[in-house]
Design a protein around this ligand. Structure first.
Ligand SMILES: [Zn+2]
Length: 235
């Protein structure tokens, strides 16, 4: 689904678990100009070929997954970054996530893969996402604000694209719900603080990491505000 000029969201449509992915097209100079946020699973617990579906959907919009040169992970859970390895191997894509999340992934977080009987993906971030501005592409084509938003995972980040008032929340906040805090490294009080910060932003379109029975993408400033008010009741 196209949400802005050169910005697409791929809402997971399968039966089993996988995340939603976002694609910024033609951002970076060079041969592989696209930027993918959260590639998701290669295959999920039901054996669905999640990454193949994503590749096909990207092709359906007229782009090639082979042209993805940068992968941003909102956090390191298997359903968000298992397919990093494919993009690193196939495209020599660069990967980035927060330093806090990389420390988690390589210690306590590794247990999440064994819990799911999955092999952790092999990748090494080239640089870390930090709280503040992340300028991508020539002449800072896309300027994102990175928010460190722990709670669901210790180094979760959310990405705010001020120009289009789009907020990518990963698993911090969903349509009518919040991220789980019962995984290793989770913290309900941290999640509350993170959501309070996000609720201050001027958001026209909220893109979350998973769909709920309410939906996946929240459109319209009023509905986004209403969502933040209603999820506060979880705390
Ligand atoms: Zn998660």
């Amino acid at each position: 689904m196209q949400l802005a000029e050169e910005f697409y969201c791929y809402v997971w449509q399968g039966m089993g678990n996988n995340c939603n992915s976002c694609l910024f097209t033609n951002v970076i100079r060079g041969e592989r100009p696209h930027v993918l946020v959260d590639p998701g699973h290669i295959a999920n617990e039901m054996g669905e070929p999640c990454f193949d579906y994503l590749v096909k959907a990207i092709e359906g919009n007229g782009f090639k997954a082979d042209d993805i040169g940068l992968v941003i992970n909102t956090h390191s859970h298997p359903d968000h970054c298992q397919a990093n390895e494919v993009l690193v191997t196939r495209n020599q894509a660069v990967v980035t996530l927060s330093k806090e999340e990389e420390e988690f992934r390589t210690t306590l977080g590794a247990g999440m893969y064994s819990m799911l009987a999955m092999k952790p993906p092999r990748f090494a971030p080239l640089f870390y996402l930090k709280e503040g501005t992340l300028d991508l592409g020539a002449k800072n084509k896309i300027s994102l604000r990175v928010f460190l938003t722990p709670g669901h995972s210790p180094g979760s980040v959310c990405l705010y694209w001020q120009e289009n008032r789009i907020l990518i929340t990963g698993d911090v906040v969903f349509y009518g719900s919040i991220g789980r805090t019962d995984f290793p490294g989770g913290s309900l009080s941290q999640l509350r603080g993170s959501i309070d910060r996000l609720a201050q932003l001027d958001v026209e379109c909220l893109v979350s990491g998973h769909s709920t029975e309410m939906g996946s993408i929240i459109k319209g400033k009023l509905d986004v505000e209403r969502n933040f008010q209603s999820v506060k009741l979880f705390f």
